[in-house]
Design a protein around this ligand. Structure first.
Ligand SMILES: [Cu+2]
Length: 261
């Protein structure tokens, strides 16, 4: 989230593009310190507030200043410039970015430090989505306030949808369950691009209207069009989608007015 409370920026690139990102670590000076053996990239010492950026799922190079997460360290007060080359054959789709300093990545992700990265051109492989309204939805997880023991309707983690909290309990049959709400016109189709940007939460997503899970057509998973070997424009139809950690999928849905996660 930005200092003004806005969403982390959604980055758009085309295959073959160069992406330049300048990162300044404005978090307080961290505790601890572990010297990282050379070759180094950025700082040479890791501490509790070190950051870097992983460009999740992209086919960019694991070299320093590109998608390198093992040696790259940007510490409090430091600025670091990324300069990534996307290959010409990068599949269009939804990707995401997040800090990936080993040992503290979970902490950073549950602090909501993740954003969407879109390789444009999905309508070249799925023309049906070209005219639809798109929504980019990032599900993140975070600590349940008070850290209660998970039991019954008390989940291990709370989740948010584009930073809007989905309050516990997350059981739809509970009387005080509050879903995330997406408004749609009757009969309208929308193109939903969803990323499970949580660190520990596996999702079972449905799109529900009047208590009835609606039909969703999955057009791509992790940037790969479904059924692409048989028919690149085909779509898998279901009423729910399971998402393991760090996956993304794109769906077309109609009729429903609410989604919950
Ligand atoms: Cu990742």
């Amino acid at each position: 989230m930005t200092p003004d409370g806005l969403q982390n920026p959604t980055l758009h690139v085309n295959p073959g593009d160069r992406l330049i990102v300048t990162v300044t670590n404005n978090t307080p000076v961290g505790t601890g310190g572990m010297t990282i053996n050379p070759p180094n990239c950025g700082d040479t010492t890791m501490n509790s507030s070190s950051v870097n950026i992983h460009y999740h799922g992209t086919n960019t190079s694991p070299k320093c200043r590109q998608d390198e997460v093992i040696k790259t360290l940007v510490n409090s007060g430091e600025t670091f410039r990324y300069n990534l080359s996307f290959p010409l054959n990068e599949p269009p789709g939804l990707y995401w970015y997040h800090p990936h300093v080993h040992g503290i990545a979970e902490h950073a992700l549950q602090g909501a430090a993740a954003g969407a990265l879109v390789v444009d051109g999905i309508n070249n492989v799925q023309p049906a989505v070209g005219s639809l309204r798109q929504r980019i939805l990032l599900v993140r997880d975070q600590h349940v306030p008070g850290n209660p023991n998970p039991t019954g309707n008390v989940p291990s983690w709370d989740v948010t949808l584009n930073y809007v909290p989905i309050t516990s309990p997350t059981d739809p049959s509970s009387s005080n369950f509050v879903p995330a709400i997406l408004n749609m016109e009757p009969g309208e189709k929308q193109f939903l691009r969803v990323s499970n940007s949580s660190s520990d939460t596996i999702l079972d997503l449905q799109y529900v209207f009047d208590g009835v899970p609606q039909q969703i057509q999955v057009v791509a998973i992790d940037g790969v069009p479904v059924n692409s070997q048989d028919d690149p424009q085909s779509r898998s139809v279901s009423t729910s989608v399971d998402m393991t950690l760090a996956t993304s999928f794109s769906t077309v849905t109609s009729l429903a007015t609410r989604i919950w996660a």
